[in-house]
Design a protein around this ligand. Structure first.
Ligand code: ADP
Ligand code: ZN
Length: 804
């Protein structure tokens, strides 16, 4: 025992003796929340740099592991230091600017730096998928020296190589095989010159000619003439686009007001100055239509979307990295595009919840965009017809409501990170070309259901307008924000819906037969015909629909509605109608969606019926009718953002109507016709909605008047869950006392609203404070308690957007 201890000590001393600087701090590609020091062996000195991917020995057995060099320093405080095993990729994949951003994300979102870098660098890049490498030759001696050598050298082939080298411009490289061929020799001859120190040979990633995204026109479109409102906004933005300073510009413009044209003009402004830009859009808005508007105007656009192959992803990344793509369009993760010389970040539909990542690192793409812009001293342009209340509150808009509601002028939001004076509000209050906003109509479904027998999802008025619309050669969009057929299956006699076996949720019925064969009439399950399945939208469990109630054997009823059921009713009402259902069930691949949109654009499809997939970004001038089948589905969620979401959804989908010369109409069906959110949404009065909702939030101290950190703890074993939850709460409370902070409120541990998912019981602890720094200080104080932050059971969500 003592001998082995002694032995180990000896080894320690020996290694300590051997290890000399410089040292590399490395974070591993695991969930370890720690930087480890490694010695840089002599052969890697001068080559090892922060941002490179490296191989390191780990633990007692020196197991090989991958990691990232995050820093290099001359000394180390640790006594026992192993050397790096090797450099996996000589490219500095994480540029210094992105490293700083990653460090901020790691701190702010309470996530190990190694995990953050997993998100920052696409795995295709890490694994070098599909990218060729070239051996590039460059001269390493002066022209004079080469000239001299050429005169001295006898070997004819070497002379040919030297002669060719003299033709290279300073710094210009030539691929080794090409050089050898041109000089009538072999790469081996060329390599001899490298040994002599005349040339250097380095392995460099190959990038081919810039690949344009598919469907781009070669001839670039001209700019539109801005209208008066657009000109005013652009004039105000112009100095901020070019002054090399950080600013956050919220462009609040009603749907169809020409926001995209403003983005395009800002891009035209910065590109000639050698700057580059990121344009972020929600994934669902990454339609060919949106992308086309950018590729039609600019020639070097790289589009990052989820449908790219690994090879394409890596190629694009490399092109962006080497400065050959100047505009990057993509969803959330585009914020990490390694563009040199960043000059602008545009975040379209800034309010979209898809910008928030729901797995670690749980970052918000918009907030990271703001941070990146701050670090790189460039402007951010956020656009929305329904801004998030956080951003609205952060801009000058708050000044107007402040006086009325006695709101504090400086509170949460990104202000702490950015400083309030950097926030600017710009507005486009009208649609372009004098087009009117669609005429709204509210249908009270309570009245409707009293007048008619049976279950009717489509009111008489909506059915009439649908018919009229397609008869006059126009098109319509119908929105229902839930997929499936019915959102629960209910036994009237037991008064119980069928629950998921693994979750604290009800099962959703999805029909699997085509509509024409379905045997369900008015929500009743006809005996003997049950071809559908029950799906759980949380754990994705699937089970057959039972013929009768599993408990009492009585008949089951389908309650609530989903897109499939609306489809069935449409079929019944209008058998001739050419429609398409667009939801994630119907759209298995991106190309399905694209082909439907194509058919819709040429009028082969008359009506699109779907979930929020169709609410965003579509610009089809022939759409004159938008129907919201039920405005109530989102309102019912037990989440403080449900009113905000409902307002956004109705306004966004309404914005699809009347974009052409014919005026649009929006029909909203609801059982809650007097609900203020619905009332304001159909009037598309965002400022009034924001004022009202902010006053509500202020009263109960919810974001943006408070900042939140949500900690979700999960375990299959309830006992263990409670133990860990208590431990966490005690640790947090202890730290709060030490911080002597009176502003933080800790609630819980308590069960989550959905208390079980996929067999895991779930608890939550919610921390709240009017000030973000307080919560950050608290998290910092407890971060080293690694025994409680078990990544498989504890999820920390800073600025959560959902509380389910
Ligand atoms: P938003 O992004 O605010 O919804 P868009 O930028 O999509 O609005 O503009 C709506 C439509 O108006 C688009 O078809 C666009 O090409 C057109 N448009 C935008 N600005 C102008 C303009 N100044 N003159 C004419 N048409 C315009
Ligand atoms: Zn489930």
């Amino acid at each position: 025992m003592s001998r082995s201890l002694f032995g180990e000590l000896l080894i320690e001393e020996k290694e300590a003796e051997r290890a000399e600087g410089p040292f590399a701090s490395v974070v591993l590609e695991t969930t370890l929340d720690k930087e480890l020091d490694y010695a840089i062996p002599p052969k890697l000195r001068g080559i090892a740099r922060p941002g490179q991917r490296v191989r390191v020995p780990l633990g007692k057995g020196n197991k090989p592991a991958f990691g990232w060099i995050v820093d290099i320093h001359p000394t180390s405080e640790y006594p026992r230091i192993k050397p790096l095993s090797g450099i996996e990729d000589e490219r500095v994949l994480v540029t210094p600017a992105l490293m700083e951003l990653a460090r901020w994300i790691s701190r702010y979102y309470f996530c190990p730096l190694g995990t953050v870098l997993e998100t920052v660098i696409p795995s295709a890049v890490k694994k070098k998928i599909g990218l060729g490498y070239l051996q590039m030759v460059r001269t390493a001696a002066s022209t004079k020296a080469i000239q001299k050598l050429l005169e001295k050298t006898r070997a004819r082939k070497q002379r040919a190589v030297l002669g060719r080298l003299l033709q290279l411009a300073i710094g210009e490289g030539i691929e080794i095989h090409k050089l050898a061929e041109e000089a009538g020799t072999t790469p081996a001859t060329v390599r001899k010159l490298a040994k002599a120190g005349v040339i250097s040979i380095s392995s460099e990633a190959e990038w081919r000619e810039f690949e344009k995204p598919e469907g781009t026109s070669q001839k670039l479109e001209k700019e539109l003439v801005l209208n008066e409102d657009q000109q005013r906004v652009f004039d105000e933005l112009l100095p901020r686009m070019t002054n090399g300073e950080f600013s956050v510009n919220l462009l609040f413009g009603v749907t169809g007001s020409g926001k995209t044209e403003i983005y395009l003009r800002c891009l035209s402004e910065i590109l000639p100055k050698g700057k580059t830009a990121i344009v972020m859009v929600p994934e669902i808005a990454l339609t060919p239509q949106t992308v086309q508007r950018f590729t039609a105007r600019f020639s070097d656009v790289a589009v990052l979307h989820s449908g790219l192959s690994q090879t394409q992803r890596h190629r694009f990344w490399q092109q962006i990295f080497s400065g050959n793509a100047r505009i990057v369009i993509g969803a959330r993760s585009a914020v990490f595009a390694p563009l040199p010389n960043l000059g602008l970040i545009v975040v379209d539909e800034e309010h979209e919840s898809t910008y928030k990542q729901e797995t670690a690192p749980r970052y918000h793409g918009r907030d990271v965009a703001i941070k990146r812009a701050q670090l790189e001293a460039c402007p951010v342009l956020l656009g929305s017809a329904t801004p998030s209340l956080e951003m609205w509150h952060n801009t000058n808009a708050v000044l107007r409501t402040a006086a009325k509601y006695d709101l504090p002028l400086v509170s949460g939001g990104a202000q702490h990170r950015a400083g309030a004076s950097h926030f600017h509000l710009l507005t486009l209050p009208h649609r372009v070309r004098g087009l009117a906003l669609p005429t709204p109509e509210l249908i009270d479904m309570k009245v409707e259901s009293k007048m008619r027998k049976g279950v009717n999802l489509i009111s008489a008025r909506l059915a009439h307008l649908l018919r009229y619309t397609v008869e006059t050669g126009k098109q319509a969009i119908l929105l229902l924000n839930r997929r499936g057929y019915s959102n629960f299956v209910y036994c009237v006699s037991c008064q119980e819906p069928i629950h998921c076996k693994y979750c604290d949720t009800t099962m959703t019925y999805h029909r699997s037969t085509p509509v024409e064969q379905a045997g369900y009439v008015g929500g009743r399950i006809e005996k003997g015909i049950h071809t559908g399945q029950l799906h759980c939208h949380y754990c994705l469990a699937v089970s057959p629909l039972p013929a009768q109630c599993p408990t009492c054997g009585k008949k089951l009823t389908l309650f609530g509605l989903g897109t499939q059921r609306v489809e069935e009713e449409i079929r019944r009402l209008m058998p001739e109608l050419k429609y398409a259902r667009v939801d994630s069930d119907a759209m298995r691949s991106g190309s399905d969606y694209e082909s439907i949109l194509r058919q819709f654009s040429v009028g082969e499809i008359q009506v699109l019926l779907g979930t929020q997939m169709i609410a965003k970004g579509l610009d089809y001038p022939n759409v004159t009718l938008v129907g919201v089948v039920s405005a109530d589905t989102a309102l019912a969620l037990p989440d403080f953002r449900s009113a905000e979401r409902t307002f956004q959804l109705i306004t966004q989908v309404a914005g699809r109507a009347g974009r052409g010369d014919s005026p649009g109409r929006v029909l909203v069906q609801t059982f809650l016709p007097n609900d203020p959110t619905i009332q304001l949404a159909i009037r598309q009065d965002y400022p009034a909605f924001a004022e009202r909702e902010l006053a509500n939030r202020k009263q109960v101290e919810l974001p943006p008047f408070a900042r939140m950190v949500r900690i979700v703890i999960r375990d299959e074993d309830q006992e263990k869950l409670h133990k860990l939850s208590e431990e966490l709460a005690v640790t947090l409370q202890g730290a709060m006392q030490k911080l002597k902070d009176k502003t933080i409120r800790l609630r819980g541990p308590m069960p989550c609203p959905i208390s079980r998912i996929a067999g895991f019981y779930r608890n939550q602890i919610v921390l709240q404070s009017p000030r973000a720094e307080m919560l950050q200080d608290l998290l910092k104080a407890v971060r080293s308690e690694t025994s409680i932050w078990r990544p498989e059971s504890v999820a920390v969500d800073v600025d959560p957007i959902s509380l389910l």
